[in-house]
Design a protein around this ligand. Structure first.
Ligand code: HEC
Ligand code: HEC
Length: 396
């Protein structure tokens, strides 16, 4: 079984944080390169311990369970289409392994809900490598000339509204345009009739389903444990093979990588310092993505997505979204929070000419980022193709 070969991320970091109780951002992952004030991927509260015989996981409320059984349960829940209203939609429906853990249905900018008609207001991001997104936190970043500036990083969903992978996993069950259950207890009622319900009670206790809130939390713990397995973050792409010396880039791919880290300046935001490279620094930016008129009219007109600004209620955060992870990006069309672009070439063309007349009109015109040469990169068509070739090497 695939999930048995799981690997847990940054366990060393998790342990050093919980034991030494150091402030998160002064702890480096110490994985050779990087280090420094590196955000730690994954959650800070879940610890996994290996003894000679059994792996155990301490879930969020402190309960210690068998890790393999927890993961197996999480896999069953993730794929269970009977936990939606009406039945028929599972997490896997919008995060399908063969589509890079993204929605395989590209006919809409965003995903269809369990009712087959409702559409969401966001394009589904890949759930692959989501376990590497650090929990939502504010860090103090040194600025040139002294002092620091507070920067929000991490959190799940494109606006960071779920602090952790566990919190994220609870959202879709109750989201009216996703799995559309009216309450936690309606989810638990469905769980009671699932074929694997005995796995759940074996792990958490015979009477556990009488406690709706605890049971709902354990569902999230199980899903998150499954999402932390190697299945979601296999590091099996050509990019990884080049890193370990078992493959070489073509001339176009190598040129694309050099452009990514050079002339095109993608690495100003799409670079992870420390831990697994998922091509995001997890910061929030408004890059001036244009409105998706098709989505806006499907939603009834007048819709503006303020992203982080709607969570923090700060006008200075309007239009900001978390910098996307670029793993499996070739499989996750359409692109951006509103699915406005359908190809990677269109995405790069946007970064290339955003600020050159005729200007691209942003969905949210405040706070648009102007870091480096973003918006006027002066890339040739051949260079754009090479960047696409490089991005295609990130597919597992
Ligand atoms: C109807 C389609 C749909 C279903 C079903 C669905 N998701 Fe998602 N998922 C999305 C969308 C859309 C987003 C982005 C939403 C946002 O940012 O507001 C998302 C975001 C996520 C993220 C965050 C990734 C990131 O980069 O922040 C994870 C992890 C995830 N989903 C896992 C799950 C799990 C686990 C389930 C089942 C409990 C699930 N999804 C069910 C569409 C779906
Ligand atoms: C200023 C920071 C910044 C720079 C520079 C930047 N990006 Fe992004 N990128 C973002 C943010 C933020 C998002 C998410 C925006 C959204 O969803 O509205 C994003 C989204 C993307 C997406 C879509 C991801 C998805 O899942 O929909 C791709 C592809 C991408 N960037 C590639 C690039 C490439 C290639 C470059 C260099 C040419 C680049 N980016 C430069 C911040 C940046």
């Amino acid at each position: 079984m695939e999930w048995r070969e799981f690997k847990l991320f940054n366990i060393k970091c998790v342990i050093c944080i919980s034991v030494l109780a150091l402030p998160l951002l002064t702890v480096g992952c110490g994985s050779g390169s990087g280090g420094g004030e590196t955000p730690v991927a994954g959650t800070t509260e879940v610890t996994t311990t290996t003894t000679n015989t059994v792996n155990t996981t301490t879930v969020k409320d402190g309960t210690v369970v068998d890790t393999a059984a927890l993961i197996s349960l999480g896999e069953k829940i993730f794929n269970d289409t009977s936990l939606s209203t009406p039945v028929g939609q599972s997490c896997a429906g919008c995060h399908t392994a063969s589509a890079g853990f993204d929605d395989p249905d590209n006919s809409n900018a965003t995903s269809l809900g369990a009712d087959g008609g409702s559409i969401g207001n966001r394009n589904a991001p890949t759930a692959s490598y989501a376990a590497h997104i650090p929990d939502l936190q504010t860090i103090q970043r040194p600025v040139a000339g002294g002092g620091t500036v507070a920067v929000v990083i991490g959190g799940q969903f494109l606006d960071g509204r779920a602090e952790s992978l566990e919190e994220q996993a609870k959202g879709p069950f109750l989201n009216p345009v996703e799995m559309a259950n009216v309450s936690e207890s309606s989810v638990i009622d469905k769980l009671k009739t699932a074929v694997y319900v005995s796995d759940f009670t074996a792990l958490f206790g015979a009477d556990i389903l009488d406690d709706v809130n605890k049971s709902f939390n354990y569902i999230a713990d199980a899903i998150a444990a499954f999402e932390r397995t190697e299945l979601f973050s296999p590091e099996s792409s050509k990019f990884d093979q080049v890193q370990d010396g078992s493959a070489v880039f073509t001339v176009a791919e190598l040129n694309g990588l050099n452009l990514f880290n050079g002339k095109a300046q993608c690495n100003l935001c799409h670079h992870t310092s420390g831990g697994v490279e998922v091509f995001s620094n997890f910061e929030y930016k408004n890059i001036g993505v244009p409105e998706n008129t098709v989505l806006v009219s499907a939603l009834g007109g007048g819709f503006i997505d303020n992203g982080l600004g709607d969570i923090t209620m700060l006008a200075t955060d309007n239009g900001k979204f978390r910098t996307s992870n670029l793993r499996n990006i070739a499989n996750t069309s359409p692109y951006m929070h509103n699915g406005v672009f359908t190809t990677l070439t269109e995405v790069i063309e946007f970064y290339n000419v955003r600020d050159i007349a005729p200007l691209v009109v942003a969905e949210v015109s405040d706070n648009v980022d102007n870091v480096g040469n973003i918006g006027e990169l002066n890339l040739t068509p051949g260079e754009i193709n090479d960047l696409v070739s490089f991005l295609q090497t990130l597919t597992d």
